[in-house]
Each structure stands twice: as C-alpha cells, then as structure tokens.
Design a binder for this molecule. Structure first.
Ligand SMILES: Nc1ncnc2c1ncn2[C@@H]1O[C@H](COP(=O)(O)OP(=O)(O)O)[C@@H](O)[C@H]1O
Ligand SMILES: [Mg+2]
Length: 244
C-alpha cells in the first residue's frame, strides 16, 4: 500500500441481498487518494456513488475487497469501531444540510465536539474559529430557519470541519442550492483545498465536478475512468469572509 495514501481501496465489492436477488452495486473498484487531493466521484444514477461514499465514510463495510483509511484496515470493523473511526476521520456534508432545527449555528457546530468529549469552553472556541473560517462569524446565534440555503450549507461545512477530520466527504453538496449559491459553496471548497484539506465530492453534475482536480467516473459499479482535471474551474474570487 502507498504510504502517503489517506485512502487505499482494492477490489472493492458490495452486494445487497434483496430477497432471493443479489444487487452488485460495486464490482471491483480500485483507487488511492492522497492527502490534499480534491476528487469528484461521478456517474449516472444507480452507478454505485452512494454505496461507495457510504463505504469511504465508514457508514458501511464492503462485501469483499479492502479499504485502508490512514493505514488502518477498516473493511471488517464492528459498528462501534467503525463509528469511532468515522467520528475521528470523516467530516460529512449532505445535500439536505442535516442541521438541528432548534439549535443555533454555534450549537450545531459544537455537536461533534460534544460526542468527542471536549469541554465546553474549548468547544465554543473551536466552533467559533471554524464558523469564522466559513464566513459566518456574524450569524453564530442564528437558527437554521433564519439563514439562507448557502449559509445553512456553510454551517454544515463548519460542523464537518470542527473535528479536524482527515477527509471532507460531500454528497451532492449543491443539490439543493441555486447555481449562484452553489458556486459560493464551490468557492469555499476551493479555499479549504488551498488550506490543505482533502476533499471528496460525490456528484452527478459536471459543473460541480469541474472544480475538482481529479474525476473518478463510475459506471455500473465499476470505474469507467479516473482522470486528472487539467484546467479546473476556479470558483469566483476566494473571499469567503463575505456574508450574504
Ligand atoms: N440498500 C440497498 N439495498 C438494495 N440495493 C441497493 C441498496 N442501495 C443501493 N442499491 C442498489 O445498488 C445500485 C447502486 O446504487 P447507489 O449506490 O445508490 O447508486 P448512485 O448513488 O450512483 O445512484 C443500484 O442498483 C441500487 O438500486
Ligand atoms: Mg446516490
């Protein structure tokens, strides 16, 4: 295995059993992702994107093949061990934001730190830092329904980053946003990439994928192509400190 790889996946297979039928969602997938890569995973509906994302994110385990995350074999962990790795290594961003509606931005971002057992004063300090990084210093006491869609997604990104995870894993992060706001989120990803983060974006939108540096195309549970993006689209100017 390549020492520098954060992710090393070999002959990855996932089958779902549906009654008497087997669905082969992943059929032998191989790739490595190194630190500070910015990768888009693409493919048509049903090609296995979500299945692959669930395995990369330690939400599920493969039927066969191996997955090493930061050198640790996570292909056969128990649910509890998998959850521990997930909390430490992965920051999730979802299409639907998944914020707690009754909690303000600060409390939403602090949540992973509560699970991690960080004391209150340190939690607040770290949550405020990361909210500042996504340009939301002036919205920390707002609740999700008092924010625009783009601001909500930025809160979710702050929450994903607050544990300082190895990987930021985003599933259709702009799927619920208009194109201008989507561009704003891509700009934020660009900044995070420049700051050294490792980013994996699952998307079926070419416009989103073209911001990344590498595109892995899935088709029918296999890798159809894995190519470097020679001229990535750089999203607008990079000043994310601007509130909406
Ligand atoms: N929980 C599941 N049970 C059975 N089949 C599933 C399950 N999840 C996904 N599949 C099947 O696996 C294939 C890949 O699905 P998925 O990973 O969701 O693809 P994508 O995210 O690219 O649309 C599809 O044929 C889908 O119907
Ligand atoms: Mg999907």
């Amino acid at each position: 295995m390549n020492q520098q790889s954060i992710i090393s996946i070999r002959e990855l297979t996932k089958e779902y059993v549906m009654g008497t039928q087997k669905v082969r969602a992943l059929r032998g997938v191989d790739f490595d992702i190194k630190k500070n890569e910015y990768v888009a995973i693409m493919g048509p509906s049903g090609s296995g994107k979500s299945t692959l994302m669930n395995i990369i994110g330690c939400l599920d385990t493969p039927t066969a093949g191996s997955y090493h995350l930061n050198g640790q074999d996570v292909s056969h962990l128990t649910d509890n061990d998998l959850a521990a790795v997930r909390n430490r290594e992965i920051g999730f961003v979802f299409q639907t934001f998944n914020l707690l509606p009754r909690s303000d931005c600060l409390a939403n971002v602090e949540l992973p730190l509560i699970y991690a057992g960080i004391r209150s004063s340190e939690r607040k300090k770290r949550a405020l830092e990361v909210l500042d990084r996504v340009g939301l210093s002036d919205r920390v006491d707002h609740k999700p329904n008092e924010l625009s869609g783009g601001q909500r997604q930025r809160v979710a990104i702050a929450r994903a980053l607050v544990n300082n995870p190895s990987i930021l894993l985003a599933d259709e992060p702009t799927g619920n946003l208009d194109s201008k706001t989507g561009e704003e989120i891509m700009r934020l990803f660009e900044n995070l990439y420049d700051a050294g983060h490792t980013i994996i974006v699952v998307t079926h939108e070419k416009d989103v994928a073209r911001h990344s540096r590498r595109i892995i195309n899935l088709f029918d549970g296999m890798i159809e192509s894995d190519t470097r993006v020679d001229e990535p689209v750089l999203a607008g100017n990079n000043n994310v400190a601007q509130p909406d």
